[in-house]
Each structure stands twice: as structure tokens, then as C-alpha cells.
Design a protein around this ligand. Structure first.
Ligand SMILES: NC(=O)c1ccc[n+]([C@@H]2O[C@H](COP(=O)([O-])OP(=O)(O)OC[C@H]3O[C@@H](n4cnc5c(N)ncnc54)[C@H](OP(=O)(O)O)[C@@H]3O)[C@@H](O)[C@H]2O)c1
Length: 443
């Protein structure tokens, strides 16, 4: 049996993140070993293609294509799941947890889809699942919620959780460039995947919002239960309009809980934020998370949300926790983890119905340029009790069309969706209106 003076790490997946972890672990190994009082061994790693050229030098004897064999290897204490996806990654994770190992993961899609099953397997078999790298890359937001802010309840968490979308929005605003051109550039620079849908349609952000929601409220909300809207219908005109109104545009995840009613809403959508707001100034591939705690007040975290080094930094932070867990007082560590990541919430919460999700809205629509149009639109909105706060109108291509931008006073999701349907049926409204939320966050 391993006396735990040697801790053996297996890395499943040696892609962007896996190679970063291997590289940095090798670099700081002497320091970590002396700090933790253990010997650290990178025992095995798995890949899909043994012949692929890699930036890190891994002896052939340590490489395999069989990730499950690493998960079940009695000579591996900690398994890093850095494969991605939800099929093999789930098998590897469950196999390792069932064998009582510690699993470190960066896989938000896996946690969002199978989190309940994974945490249950960890509990049942005495394994542990650590996932700092799954949300906001190098920002230690999981630790902040679970440890630093453990005395708090969280009425509001919001932020930029997808660097690709933030890069695209920043470029569109700064270069006055259309979405498709900036997306193409983002792909060339390696900031966007070949299939960009997961990022730009908001699903990656939703996966991360699900992880934060679990940590903050002890409940799993599936992306399909959230409002999820992406950035692919935003145009440079929207940035000009937003700027004229004093706002920038960011794709935000918003997790809000009313502790009087115990209603929770989790949503992902492009949001108009006042230009002076700190989060509105976070540009490029950076992420930002604002956490309002009922004891600490608001704390804000900004940093690199992805990329090899930032993500490896988060994985290694979990590895160090895992080593402490294996080496030190196992029971004390387990108790602390259980207390701070509630499997069953002390106070249950339920999803807020759409009429309880309140806010102000920005609507842009292309309308026929003829008399009486504004009156028809105002009547359609009034019929759903949505009142107009401001109007910007400008001529637009093609000839005979105009762009109309309205902002509303306080309304709610149910009323605004009903209004959208009504507007879309008007003959004078030439295409589906674009709806953006206005972020009225006090801090
Ligand atoms: N990249 C980031 O900036 C970032 C940031 C935060 C979180 N994450 C998360 O980290 C995880 C890994 O992301 P990544 O960007 O490093 O992905 P990646 O570059 O695509 O690497 C995936 C690795 O898994 C291996 N792999 C895939 N299928 C396999 C199979 N069937 N059997 C054995 N090995 C297999 C690949 O092998 P080959 O190399 O031989 O193809 C590759 O080494 C994902 O969950 C991702 O969401 C990534």
C-alpha cells in the first residue's frame, strides 16, 4: 500500500490544459514537494493519438490511449480528467471515484450534466471531486464561494464567464466590426472553437452558471431550465445605441435568489451594463465575477477565464488540495468539504416563475418607415403592460425601413416575451425584434 509519502498523479487528456498541467507541475515540483512534504509522481497520462507531437516530453512508457485504465489503476492516487465531453469523461470520473480516488476536473459540461451523479458517487465511495478549473479559468471563484465566503448567503452572483464571447463583443465594439468578421478572426487566433455554437449561443456560460448555482445554493439547475440567449444577433448598431444610452454590452450569467420567497433565477443573456460599471470595463478574453454575500457584501474577481496557463493554475490548486487531503487529516478535510458544498440544501429553493423575474429591457426592431408605426408598437406594448422609457429611431437599409430602439421601464420576463410575440405579428415589424436585458446591479 502506498504510504502516502509518494502521491501518484494520472492525467487523462494531454491537450491544451493537460499539457499545461504537466508542464507547470514539472516546473514547480521541487517547491511543491518541499511545501507539502510528499514526493510527487506524474505516473501516467492518456491521449487519443500516441503519435501526436506535444509540447511536453512524456516518456512513451507513461502514455496510454486507455483512460479508464488510469482511473482504475491502484498505483494512481489522483486522477485529472482533462479530456472534455461528457461520455468518456463521465466513465473515467465515476470509475476513479468508485475506486475512492480524488478526481480533479476542468469539465463544466460534465459537471452541469452529471454533477448530481458524480457527487453522489464521491459520497458513496469515499472519493473526492474537485473542480476549480471548471469555471472562470485562473480565477479562484470556486474556492472563494466554498471557503472564503462560507459565512455568506448569496442573493446575487453575476459575471462574464466566457472569454470567447467577451473577446467577440469587445472587438465588435472597439472595431465597429460585424459579428461574423470578428468570429472569423477569433477562430484564426484560436480564441473560438471551429464549432462556435457552445460559446456564442450561451451554453458554455450556462454550464458554468449551473456549477456556481450548485455551490451557492446547493441545487442543480439544468441549462434547459434557464433563460439562455447568445450574442450572435448583436450588431455594431447595438453598441452605438447602447453607448448613446450610456451602456456597454456583455454576455452575463446572472444567478439571483430572493431569500424571502426562496425563489431562484439563473439566466444567461447579453446585458446592457452602465459604461462606468467595473464589469463593463472587463474586455477581451478576460472573465469577471461579482458575488454579493449577505455578510461580506460584494466582492469582485477578474482574471483570465481560459487558456493553458490560467486553467493549469486552477487544476494545480486542486491538486494541492487533493494532496493535502491524502496526506493529512482525511476526516477533517472531508468534513470541511461537505459542510461547504451542501449536497442537500439547508433551505430548499425553487425556480422563480417568469413573471417574478423583473428588469428593464432594450428592444431593437426593423420596421417599415411609414406614419403610425410607433403608435402601433406602443399599443402592442401597452396591451401587455410594458411601458416605454426611451425611443431611438433611425433610417436604415433597405430603403423604406427604419431601425427602432426602445427601452422599457421595469417589467418582467413573462410580459416582455408576450410583447415580443405580439410585436412579431405586426405587419410593420419586418423581422424578429432583438431583446437585450438592462443590468441594474447596484454594485
Ligand atoms: N482550453 C481551455 O482553455 C479550457 C479552460 C477551462 C476548462 N477547459 C476544460 O478542460 C478540458 C480539456 O480541455 P482542452 O482544451 O485541454 O481539450 P483538448 O485540447 O481537446 O484536449 C483533450 C485531450 O483529451 C484527449 N482525448 C480525447 N479523446 C480521448 C479518448 N477517447 N481517449 C483518450 N484521450 C482522449 C486528447 O488526445 P489527443 O491529444 O491525442 O487528441 C487530448 O489530449 C475540457 O473539459 C474543457 O472544457 C478548457
Amino acid at each position: 500500500m502506498n504510504p502516502l509519502s509518494v502521491i501518484r498523479v494520472g492525467i487523462c487528456g494531454l491537450g491544451t490544459v493537460g499539457q499545461g498541467v504537466w508542464k507547470h507541475l514539472e516546473r514547480i515540483r521541487p517547491e511543491l514537494e518541499s511545501r507539502l512534504g510528499v514526493k510527487l509522481e506524474l505516473t501516467r497520462a492518456s491521449v487519443r493519438d500516441l503519435k501526436k507531437r506535444r509540447d511536453v516530453k512524456v516518456p512513451a512508457s507513461k502514455l496510454t490511449t486507455d483512460s479508464l485504465s488510469i482511473a482504475m489503476d491502484p498505483n494512481v492516487d489522483i486522477v485529472c480528467e482533462l479530456i472534455g465531453g461528457t461520455t468518456l469523461a463521465r466513465q473515467v470520473t465515476l470509475a476513479a471515484l468508485t475506486a475512492g480516488k480524488v478526481v480533479v476536473s476542468a469539465n463544466k459540461a460534465l459537471i452541469s450534466k452529471h454533477g448530481a451523479e458524480i457527487f453522489e458517487a464521491a459520497r458513496r465511495h469515499g472519493g473526492h471531486f474537485l473542480f476549480e478549473a471548471s469555471v472562470a479559468g485562473g480565477i479562484p471563484i470556486i474556492k472563494a464561494l466554498r471557503e472564503g465566503l462560507v459565512a455568506n448567503r448569496f442573493p446575487l452572483i453575476y459575471g462574464i464567464l466566457n472569454g470567447t464571447c467577451n473577446y467577440i463583443l469587445t472587438q465588435m465594439e472597439e472595431q465597429d466590426a460585424p459579428y461574423t468578421a470578428v468570429l472569423g478572426e477569433a477562430k484564426r487566433l484560436g480564441y473560438a472553437e471551429a464549432d462556435e455554437a457552445l460559446d456564442v449561443q450561451g451554453w458554455d456560460t450556462a454550464h458554468k452558471a449551473a456549477v456556481l448555482t450548485f455551490l451557492a445554493h446547493g441545487t442543480w439547475v439544468k441549462p434547459e431550465q434557464m433563460i439562455v440567449e447568445g450574442i450572435d444577433r448583436i450588431t455594431p448598431i447595438d453598441f452605438k445605441n447602447a453607448s448613446a444610452l450610456g451602456y456597454g454590452i456583455k454576455l452575463l450569467a446572472v444567478i439571483a435568489r430572493d431569500f424571502d420567497t426562496d425563489e431562484l433565477s439563473v439566466r444567461v443573456h447579453p446585458t446592457l451594463l452602465p459604461e462606468s460599471h467595473v464589469v463593463a470595463k472587463v474586455s477581451g478574453v478576460f472573465n469577471a465575477v461579482s458575488v454579493r454575500g449577505d455578510v461580506a457584501g460584494t466582492t469582485l474577481y477578474i482574471g483570465r477565464g481560459a487558456g493553458q496557463d490560467a486553467t493549469a493554475s486552477a487544476v494545480i490548486s486542486d491538486l494541492v488540495d487533493a494532496i493535502s487531503l491524502l496526506k493529512n487529516d482525511r476526516r477533517a478535510f472531508i468534513t470541511a468539504r461537505k459542510a461547504s458544498a451542501p449536497a442537500r440544501p439547508v433551505r430548499a429553493c425553487r425556480l422563480a416563475p417568469s413573471e417574478h423575474i423583473r428588469g428593464r429591457y432594450y428592444l431593437r426592431m426593423t420596421v417599415s418607415d411609414e406614419p403610425g408605426v410607433l403608435a402601433q408598437i406602443a399599443a402592442a406594448m401597452a396591451a401587455k403592460n410594458v411601458s416605454i422609457a426611451s425611443v431611438i429611431q433611425s433610417a436604415q437599409e433597405p430603403a423604406g425601413a427604419a431601425s427602432l430602439v426602445l427601452t422599457t421601464h421595469q417589467s418582467d420576463e413573462r410580459a416582455i416575451q408576450a410583447t415580443l410575440s405580439r410585436l412579431a405579428r405586426l405587419r410593420c415589424v419586418l423581422e424578429r425584434p432583438l431583446l437585450l436585458r438592462i443590468g441594474d446591479f447596484a454594485d
